[in-house]
Write a protein that binds this ligand. Structure first.
Ligand code: IPM
Ligand code: MG
Length: 357
C-alpha cells in the first residue's frame, strides 16, 4: 500500500524523535511491501519563526490531503511570552480543530521491563496498570467562548467557558464503549456532575450511550475521586472517557504513574481514517539537539497510526514487539536508564528498534 503522511516535526526534540520514527516506518515498509511518503509541514514555534503564525493554512491543507499526520512536539521558552492566539500551542489546538479530531486516545500501561521506574508501591501495582484515557479533544474550555477585559473600575476579568453539546458527548462515549469491547469491557465516565452543568449533560448522555452497550460494565466517577483512585488502585480502570480539560490533567497523571512518560504514544481521531499521532510528552527544549531524547513514544505513535488509520495490525504488532525486545535486551535512553542497563542515544535507539523489525 502507498500512504501519504504529513509530518510536523515541530520544535525542541521534535525533529530528532520524528526522524527515528520515520526510520522504523521505512523498515516496516520494506518488510511488508508498503511505501510511506512524507511531506514536512510547519506548525508551532518553527512555523511562527518562518511565517509569523503557529499554523499556516498550507499545513492544514497538506494534512487534509494526507492519509495521516505524524507530529513530534511543539513549543519552547522562546515563544512563551507571545499572546495566547500566537503561541505554538494555539497551532496544536488549531490543527485538532481543523481536522475535527474529537477523540484523543491515550494508553497508560506498565511495561514489565520498566516496572522499577513506576513511582507507586509494588503492592499497588501488583495487579497491573493498563488503561486507556479517551479524552474529548475539540470541545470544553479549550474551545469555548473566552474573554479577557478590564471593567469600568479597572478590575481585570478573564473567563473560559466549558461548553458541550449532546452530540459531542455522544460521539466520544461511543469511541470509549467500542474500545472497551476490544479490551476488558469496562468504562468509567469521568465528570464533575456535582458542580458543573456541562458535566450533568455529560452524565445524562453517557448513560444513554451505556444503555446500548449492556455487555460493557459502566460507572460514573467524579474527576477529583478519579485523580485519587488512579494512585490508590489503578488496576480498577480499563477505559476512561472524559472531557477535554479533565482528560488533559488525568492523562499526565496516568502517564506518570507508569513511570515512563517518554514511552507513551497517542492518537487523535475523527470520523474518518485520518488521524494525528504524537507522543504525549513535550518538546524538552533542555535536551534538544543533543541526541539524548527517547524516541520510543513517537515510534509507538507510528504503531498506533498503522493500527488505527491504515488498518495494518500485523505491522503495528511488529513495531510494538521490536520495542519490547530492545527494552528486554537492556537498552535504555537516559530518561529511563537504571543500574545495569545499557544507555544509548536517540539515534541508536531508533537503529536498534528498526533492526528488530
Ligand atoms: C496535551 C498538551 C496540550 C493540551 C497543550 C500543549 C496545548 O498538554 O496534548 O496534553 O493541553 O492539550
Ligand atoms: Mg497535556
Amino acid at each position: 500500500m502507498n500512504k501519504k503522511i504529513a509530518v510536523i516535526k515541530g520544535d525542541g526534540i521534535g525533529p530528532e524523535i520524528v526522524t527515528e520514527a520515520e526510520k522504523v516506518l521505512d523498515k516496516v515498509g520494506e518488510k511488508f511491501g508498503h511505501k510511506f511518503e512524507y511531506t514536512d509541514v510547519l506548525m508551532g514555534g518553527c512555523a511562527i519563526d518562518a511565517t509569523g503564525v503557529p499554523l499556516p493554512q498550507e499545513t492544514i491543507d497538506t494534512c487534509l490531503a494526507s492519509d495521516s499526520v505524524l507530529l513530534g512536539a511543539v513549543g519552547g521558552p522562546k515563544w512563551d511570552t507571545l499572546p495566547g492566539n500566537l503561541r505554538p500551542e494555539a497551532g496544536l489546538l488549531g490543527i485538532r480543530g481543523a481536522l475535527k479530531l474529537f477523540a484523543n486516545i491515550r494508553p497508560a500501561k506498565l511495561i514489565p521491563a520498566l516496572a522499577s521506574a513506576c513511582p507507586l508501591k509494588e503492592e499497588i501495582t501488583k495487579n497491573g496498570l493498563d488503561l486507556v484515557i479517551v479524552r474529548e479533544l475539540i470541545g470544553g474550555a479549550y474551545f469555548g467562548k473566552r474573554d479577557t477585559h478590564v471593567d469600568e473600575n479597572g478590575v481585570k476579568h478573564a473567563s473560559d467557558s466549558m461548553a458541550y453539546a449532546d452530540y459531542e458527548v455522544e460521539r466520544i462515549c461511543r469511541v470509549a464503549f467500542e474500545m472497551a469491547r476490544k479490551r476488558r469491557s469496562k468504562v468509567h465516565s469521568v465528570d464533575k456532575a456535582n458542580v458543573l452543568d456541562s458535566s450533568r449533560l455529560w452524565r445524562e448522555v453517557a448513560h444513554k450511550v451505556a444503555a446500548e452497550y449492556p455487555d460493557v460494565e459502566f460507572s460514573d466517577i467524579l474527576v477529583d475521586n478519579t485523580a485519587m483512585q488512579l494512585v490508590r488502585n489503578p488496576a480498577q480502570f480499563d477505559v476512561m472517557v472524559t472531557e477535554n480539560l479533565f482528560g488533559d490533567i488525568l492523562s499526565d497523571e496516568a502517564s506518570m504513574i507508569t513511570g515512563s512518560l517518554g514511552m507513551i504514544p497517542s492518537a487523535s481521531l475523527g470520523e474518518g481514517s485520518l488521524g494525528l499521532y504524537e507522543p504525549i510528552h513535550g518538546s524538552a527544549p533542555d535536551i534538544a539537539g543533543q541526541n539524548k531524547a527517547n524516541p520510543i513514544a513517537t515510534i509507538l505513535s507510528v504503531a498506533m497510526m498503522l493500527r488505527y488509520s491504515f488498518d495494518m495490525a500485523a505491522e503495528a504488532d511488529a513495531i510494538e514487539k521490536a520495542v519490547d525486545d530492545v527494552l528486554n535486551e537492556g537498552y535504555r535512553t537516559g530518561d529511563i536508564m537504571s543500574e545495569g542497563m545499557k544507555c544509548v542515544s536517540c539515534t541508536e535507539m531508533g537503529d536498534l528498534i528498526a533492526a528488530k523489525i
